[in-house]
Design a binder for this molecule. Structure first.
Ligand code: SF4
Ligand code: SF3
Length: 549
């Protein structure tokens, strides 16, 4: 019997969907609560689209939608109580907007939609309600597939917009699009309209990444080439993971002079590339690898761990008392650091005090890795890179951005990178890089063969790099470049990266290690016919297909 249905990430059970319990660890109740929270955002979006022209100040509801969608991303929040709270607040917010719309005499057919009218009489009936609005309540598999694709993209946009918002950068056009797209998933739109909306989601994905890039670089400077230590020091440390740069900014400031060092884990590695953070001498290095190895690496780290965004996995008893969540992340039984008050900072003092009593991290690796090849840095290296292209020392670029994950089949990416010809350069971003960033791939005339731009949101930087190369080489289209795309995906931020690449006109992307379970055969055909998307094969076959062996 099916208890739940979720197919939003790459590890969906049996390549179709998790039905008993999530491979990620989420159970049926949590899955239902997540679906219901997304449904609540759709109800709010109905009233926002109706009210927005009459009222300018709607930031509170826009923020609520963004933070709620972010909470439902894979491996972000495993705390049922946070979802019950958000659903309750959301229905209340929706009802206030409903009253306002009535007061203003606004009429709209969608006000009769269940998402706009259902009432939360009793929290005990939440699960019952959720069972009527889940993914499978859409019967047509193509419509369901496109709705899931759009919804996944919106969750990715929400993550990036949320980060930008923390740095006081926002873009109301994106918020308005999110409303429109959420509402569209409730309507009986023809497949052609949903396909158009999918591509439009990609356009706003680009806008969200541009917004975040602007927010990050204005606040913290442009990433620079940086050698990051992967060994350890002899002082106790705090390990910070996830994508939130505002959190690491405040943590570094609050730990300065306390005798506690700071280390990054997984997607926080690229924080080392920013001038604003490099200046701290107690910002020691990166500890460990991609998110899914945390159950081993958090044990040997010995000190407290702060999870600022996904990906969190179920903490083991041996270290659960050292784990803290903050922002959109949550886990039942794990301490949560409260949001900053207006104009204030988060208070990390409890974590710092705990760290002082812990042992220094146990060394698990040594040496350095290099990164910081975001667009501004690449621009400065452009003459060197172009010369290498013109002399034939560099013949190909391979974009291997995206996510990492647990599946054994992801060994493919290590092997693929390892077997690339010596005249190829890998452009990467996201936690996918941990599959090959410690291989000794060498350099070409001083240019490292793996150029890491940063986090998954910095995949945008790779497109700027491609455009730069296209212009410098006098080509008409980025598809004329000697560049291949072999993207690894896992969660919904990678979905928006993919849709953004499609919007920018990138063709012939390989997507793996498996295609999304939520894509119906017809939707796959649309992607194949229009964009040349394909799944991965063997390393040998794929290298051959790219003309790289
Ligand atoms: Fe399964 Fe992924 Fe959904 Fe978790 S997020 S329940 S692993 S499909
Ligand atoms: Fe990774 Fe979770 Fe996607 Fe930001 S940390 S890329 S999986």
């Amino acid at each position: 019997m099916e208890n739940m249905f979720c197919s939003q990430c790459q590890e969906a059970a049996k390549g179709t969907g998790c039905t008993i319990v999530g491979v990620c660890g989420k159970d049926a109740d949590l899955s239902a609560l997540q679906d219901l929270l997304v449904y609540v955002t759709k109800g709010i979006a109905i009233y926002r689209t109706a009210l927005i022209t009459k009222e300018n100040e709607c930031k509170k509801s826009a923020d609520f939608i963004i933070e709620s969608l972010f909470m439902t991303i894979t491996n972000a929040n495993f705390d049922d109580a946070s979802f019950v709270k958000a659903i309750t607040e959301g229905v209340e917010m929706r009802n206030k907007m409903k009253a306002k719309a009535l007061e203003l005499g606004i009429e709209n057919e969608l006000f009769n939609h269940d998402a706009a009218t259902w009432e939360l009489d009793n929290v005990n009936t939440l699960l019952e309600k959720a069972s009527t609005i889940g993914v499978l309540s859409t019967e047509n598999e193509d419509v369901r597939s496109l709705r899931e694709l759009i919804q996944g993209g919106l969750k990715g946009i929400a993550a990036y917009v949320s980060h930008a918002d923390k740095l006081n950068f926002d873009n109301n056009e994106i918020a308005l699009f999110v409303d429109k797209a959420l509402v569209a998933t409730l309507q009986d739109l023809p497949v052609a309209d949903l396909i158009a909306l999918t591509l439009e989601t990609g356009k706003f994905g680009v806008d969200a990444m541009v917004l975040l890039d602007n927010a990050n670089t204005t606040s913290y400077g442009h990433p620079e080439i940086t050698e990051v230590n992967i060994g350890v020091g002899n002082k106790p440390g705090i390990l910070i993971s996830g994508h939130d740069l505002k959190d690491i900014e405040e943590l570094l400031r609050q730990t300065e002079g306390t005798g506690v060092d700071v280390y990054t884990h997984s997607e926080m590695l690229p924080a080392h590339y920013y001038p604003a953070f490099k200046k701290y001498s107690h910002f020691v290095g990166n500890y460990g690898n991609a998110w899914w190895k945390q159950d081993k690496e958090f044990v040997t780290f010995n000190g407290p761990i702060l999870m600022t965004t996904n990906c969190i996995t179920k903490p083991k008893d041996s270290y659960i008392n050292r784990v803290y969540t903050t922002g959109s992340v949550g886990f039942t039984g794990v301490k949560h650091v409260a949001d900053r008050a207006e104009g204030g900072e988060k208070d990390f003092s409890e974590i710092i005090e705990q760290a002082k009593k812990c042992d220094a991290p146990t060394q698990i690796e040594e040496g350095t890795i290099i990164g910081g090849f975001a667009h501004n840095q690449v621009k400065q290296l452009a003459p060197q890179i172009l010369e290498a292209v013109n002399t034939g020392a560099v013949k190909n670029f391979v974009v291997m951005a995206g996510c990492d994950g647990r599946m054994k089949s992801r060994d493919y990416y290590t092997e693929f990178a390892d077997e690339l010809p010596q005249d190829s350069i890998v452009l990467t971003a996201g936690c996918a890089k941990f599959r090959y960033n410690k291989l000794d791939m060498g350099d070409i005339g001083g240019i490292p063969r793996v150029l890491d731009a940063g986090q998954c949101n910095d995949s945008y930087s790779l497109v700027v790099t491609a455009l730069l190369l296209k212009d410098a080489l006098g080509l008409e289209s980025i598809n004329d470049l000697p560049i291949h795309y072999n993207i690894a995906w896992y969660e919904q931020k990678a979905v928006i990266v993919l849709l953004a690449l499609l919007h920018l006109g990138v063709k012939n992307i390989k997507l793996g290690p498996t295609l999304p379970a939520f894509l119906s055969p017809n939707v796959v055909n649309v992607l194949v016919d229009n964009f040349g998307i394909s799944g991965i094969n063997t390393v040998e076959a794929d290298l051959k297909e790219f003309g790289l062996n």
